[in-house]
Ligand binder design. Sequence first.
Ligand code: GLV
Length: 326
Amino acid sequence: MKPSVFVAIPMFEEVLDHLRQHFEVVDNQADTLFTPAQLAEKLQGHAGAITTGTERIDAALLAACPQLKVVANMAVGFNNFDVPAMTAAGVQATNTPDVLTETTADFGFALLMATARRVTESEHFLRAGQWTKWRYDMFAGAEVHGSTLGIIGMGRIGQGIARRAAHGFGMQVTYHNRSRLSAELEVQCQARYVSKTELLQQADHVMLVVPYSAESHHTIGSAELALMKPTATLVNIARGGIVDDAALAQALQEGRIASAGLDVFEGEPQVHPELLKCGNVVLTPHIASATVQTRKAMAQLAADNLVAYLTRGQALTPLNSVQGRA
Ligand code: GLV
């Protein structure tokens, strides 16, 4: 009998067809958002699951689903997984690295450009019928080319942004990361390692690409915002919770920084009401990896991880090393 898997999120039909060649598949094309108790119930009897950031996989769920052997997150970030609990339970965890790197770096740049050059703010003005004449200072923003970009979090996506900034826009790139890049990568990215304080004080634009963890919670709060230039922009394509959104809204309202571009939010899909009131923010609904090609590649990799683990015992992009459940 084929093992059975639960696809907890809506999925490309072609990927479901691929999964059906190997498994009994229960899908969620109805796009239901499950409570933890409903998810545990839905997972009964399944050996594998595909999830994304909205499904929390923790010790309680694992204890309630003894047949579950592998959970494939369709995302590079995996802060919805309690990986130590998964390892302790013998459940394989996987994510989707690499396939979204360049697309996400593109979006980081899109958000930087839109924020610095006030694209959405000026579009709202135009749509509201407020554009009556050209003015020399109308929506004058911040220069991007030739300016200084500070990147916090210099993994694959951060490096992709650095290459775009240095090679495409002649920017000076500084970065801060838990560990310093090799000399070779620093040359490739034309990026200079600095302390977080130095980065915040010197950057014209700050880009956040750091994974979420207890350590990175509120990497940017009021103390950090106070270090930034009043003309600076802040872009968060990392995770909600990396920025203290209430502190950011206050800084934006008080003109302590110029603007922000945010793709991720604390408690998303809720957005802090004070951020919604700010004109000087560009807000997007967690779409940094959203191109058709990349989302297909992520879905395919998540599916391939289930196939590889459940048929050969070896995941393609494992997050943990497990003594698998019997
Ligand atoms: C999206 O946020 C991801 O982690 O892939």
